[in-house]
Design a protein around this ligand. Structure first.
Ligand code: 5GP
Ligand code: MN
Length: 328
């Protein structure tokens, strides 16, 4: 039986589903999990959708947002767990325990670093987003894509393509977007909310984060930092400020932008972005993280923020040899 038939059989024969994505969910995670939540409800299935901690309010317009659960509200057992847009089990954070609670794990992802931890693994590193993969999957399985599902998928794809401008945007991506628009969604409003809208406190946070900017390696690497104190002072959450790491990447001549974010005592989450050619995933992998060539991340513990910054810059300098720069 091919994967598609196997998947269809599972969806049709099972009743209790759980859907989850990685910690600190982004637009692709939120759109993907809520699209599947809505689809399974349309198929009259029991379904719980999970996020670790608080789901980003930015996506509150998506149908099903208010039904998102935390792990402490989960059932004892599920027939099937869908893990979406998540490269490995550890990235589920608290929600990792769902893996042990479900009989069948279905892993659908587009990260090249995915560890294929599911019973069924559908991985396409060429897809712009999991939203793009799900659109095709729903179509191929013969399921109806309602406007509320289409809004979720549009959110996923627009988010992970940076508003259809990253190089992961293909003609296929745009054909899917055309189909989603034809289903009848308010795409201008969604695009504005996910790409441009910021709160006043978010702007104050951008100002603080930008003031930490440093450049290295002849201006090809830029770092910025976000501390818990900044969040407290601005009374803002990170998602109110948009994609902070882009501030570093988008500077002229910068190839690699890095955001070092304090998440706990001596624990920092790193976001890497490259502009044209540098493979940031290789750097993230060295620290147990992962991602894509131009967008990757990892968590580093038990080092100071300055030690991390210096170490990352020197790792990047070493890696740059393969691009024939600073090879001396
Ligand atoms: P972000 O910087 O937005 O958190 O993540 C950028 C990309 O790298 C996303 O595709 C994300 O899923 C991936 N990523 C971020 N952090 C980690 C991590 O710790 N492990 C893995 N495997 N992937 C990560
Ligand atoms: Mn994604």
């Amino acid at each position: 039986m091919n994967k598609l038939d196997e998947l269809k059989k599972i969806i049709e024969s099972q009743n209790d589903f759980a859907v989850v994505s990685h910690t600190s969910p982004d637009g692709d995670s939120m759109g993907s999990i809520l699209s599947l939540y809505n689809l399974l409800l349309d198929l009259n299935k029991n379904v719980d959708v999970f996020v670790e901690g608080q789901a980003p309010n930015k996506f509150s317009y998506l149908n099903g947002f208010s039904n998102i659960k935390n792990i402490n509200q989960s059932k004892i057992r599920y027939d099937c767990l869908f893990v979406l847009d998540c490269g490995d089990e550890d990235r589920l954070g608290d929600c990792k325990e769902l893996i042990d609670k479900a009989d069948i794990i279905i892993n659908i992802d587009h990260h090249i670093t995915n560890t294929a931890f599911g019973n069924i693994n559908i991985i396409d590193s060429k897809a712009s987003s999991v939203g793009e993969m799900l659109f095709e999957l729903y179509k191929n399985l013969g399921y109806n894509i309602s406007p509320k599902i289409a809004e979720c998928l549009y959110t996923s794809i627009a988010s992970d393509t940076g508003g259809f401008k990253f190089s992961n945007t293909s003609s296929k991506t745009m054909r899917i977007i055309a189909d989603l628009i034809d289903i009848g969604i308010n795409f201008t409003s969604i695009y504005y909310r996910i790409m441009d809208l910021k709160t006043l406190n978010g702007i104050k946070l951008i100002s603080k984060v930008t003031s930490t900017l440093k450049t290295y390696l002849e201006g090809k690497v830029a770092t910025i930092k976000l501390t818990k104190q900044m969040l407290e002072e601005c009374e803002a959450t990170e998602d109110e400020a948009g994609e902070l790491v882009n501030i570093a990447r988008d500077i002229e001549n910068v190839e690699v932008g890095i955001l070092i974010k304090e998440v706990d005592l001596d624990t920092y989450k790193i976001s890497f972005r490259s502009k044209d050619y540098f493979d940031v995933k290789d750097i993230a992998l060295k620290y147990g993280g992962g991602g894509h060539i131009k967008a990757a991340g990892c968590t580093i513990k038990n080092k100071t923020i300055d030690e991390i910054e210096n170490e990352l810059v020197s790792e990047i300098k070493k890696a740059w040899v393969k691009y024939n720069e600073w090879s001396n």
